[in-house]
Design a protein around this ligand. Structure first.
Ligand code: PMT
Length: 396
């Protein structure tokens, strides 16, 4: 199917990189049209985009009175996807608040399809609470935001704010057009680490960053699923386009998971759930006195095991974080927790497990088959997990 991609270019130095984005998208077979803001044409000539895309570039709201066709409406109706890159802080503010004072912002307002925004700006402007609030508003509306990269910036400083490389932007566009192998399905994903209070200021936690689970949730959204992400403590931004439920302790996670379980088609539990919690957390901060301090721990409920006993038609996917006898221990969990498959990772291997952006995993199924994956990004592993889940749900 031919895809119609409308690129909005706003006034930032990174506009030159978007010429390559347009070129790559065009070469991949898409029809590409470009709207530039008046500031964007200070950085790149509209003629460049015109030559690359083979289509006229629109800048003016009222450019062609002789050939009047309400440009913002016709472009909005034409596009399957709007990509805004680079997006300035000013554009984000206008888009978040429905301001339509030029052709691009007016077209955004008239467009009811998927919008992908790649912000690029000075780090302080990006971190400014106003910009962050505008990004939150856009995310809550289902707009996909491509996080800026970190590195040298045009203003001479270094930090977060660079436009990601064209190849990465195009990969995000590809994902949006990826087959919706989970459409009509509801998927519950858990992520992050639980936090078990010792007193009002201290807790027992673990090293989970939430990366693995957030990538799974993102891949499920990209695959067209209705996604609920129940997350403990995490270091990364939650993905957009899903229901996000923030929890702290294992007990809270259990409650959140059980309240969704009856309505979901599959659960993927990548959260690092504490096996024990402090039996009686102190109501006040524990004062330093004796040389030793003993905490009495009590077993937490095993959420996944409980789901295994409750499950009807749901597909259950677990993780096994192991440091030795990986496949044996993982297999035991697969059977004992009544799972459909388990993702085993050796959390001591370099480039695997907690915190890092990559993982090395094996998928073990009920029939004993084992798929060993090489080191890959957590995003790529998440796609494999989602494909196998879709397969079990009869969607592949
Ligand atoms: O978040 P990252 O930094 O990206 O790190 C990813 C990860 C290492 C956390 C992830 O890849 C991973 O291995 N997650 C599972 C962590 C874990 O708790 O493993 P486990 O082997 O202890 O538990 C087995 C399964 O039972 C898991 O699916 C777990 O979510 C679940 N469980 C465990 C204990 C408990 N009380 N209730 C549970 O439901």
């Amino acid at each position: 199917m031919q895809r119609n991609i409308l690129i909005g270019v706003t006034g930032g130095i990174a506009a030159y990189k978007v010429v390559e984005v347009a070129s790559r998208l065009k070469k991949s077979g898409a029809n590409v049209k470009v709207i530039m803001t008046k500031h964007a044409v200070e950085f790149v000539s509209p003629r460049t985009f015109q030559e690359i895309t083979g289509n006229a570039v629109s800048v003016e709201m009222f450019a062609d009175a002789a050939n009047f066709n309400v440009a913002h409406i016709s472009l909005a109706n034409w596009a399957d996807l709007m990509l805004i890159a680079p997006a300035t802080a000013n554009f984000l503010a206008k888009a978040a608040h429905g301001i339509a004072d030029d052709l691009l912002t007016t077209t955004v307002l008239a467009f009811d399809g998927q919008i992908l925004i790649a912000p690029a700006m000075n780090t302080k402007m990006f971190d400014n609470p106003a910009t962050q609030a505008n990004l939150s508003i856009l995310k809550a509306r289902g707009v996909k935001i491509l996080e800026p990269a970190t590195g040298e910036l045009a203003c001479g400083t270094s930090g977060k704010g660079r436009l990601p490389e064209p190849v990465e932007i195009c990969a995000e566009v590809e994902k949006i057009f990826a087959p919706k192998i989970l459409s009509g399905k509801k998927i519950l994903v858990t992520a992050g680490g639980t936090v078990e209070p010792i007193d009002p200021v201290r807790y027992i936690g673990n090293r989970s960053s939430g990366r693995m689970g957030y990538e799974i949730a993102k891949a499920a959204v990209n695959a067209g699923a209705d996604v609920v992400l129940v997350s403990g403590k995490a270091d990364v931004e939650p993905p957009s386009g899903l229901k996000f439920v923030k929890v702290e302790s294992a007990l809270e996670m259990r409650e959140a998971v059980l309240s969704e379980f009856a309505t979901v088609d599959a659960v993927i539990m990548s959260a690092a759930v504490a096996d024990y919690r402090v039996k009686s957390p102190a109501a006040q901060k524990i004062k330093k006195s004796a040389d030793t301090l003993t905490l009495e721990l009590i077993k937490n409920p095993d959420i996944l095991r409980e789901l295994g006993t409750l499950k009807k038609s749901q597909i259950l996917v677990g993780f096994a974080a192991e440091t030795q006898n990986i496949l044996d221990y993982a297999n035991k969990k697969l059977v004992e927790k009544n799972l459909d498959f388990i993702v085993a990772n050796d959390v001591t291997a370099e480039g695997a497990g907690f915190g890092v952006a990559t993982n090395i995993a094996s998928i073990i199924r009920r029939n004993g088959s084992v798929e060993n994956f090489p080191k890959m990004s957590k995003a790529a592993l998440a796609e494999k997990i989602i494909e196998r889940t879709a397969n079990l749900l009869g969607k592949l």
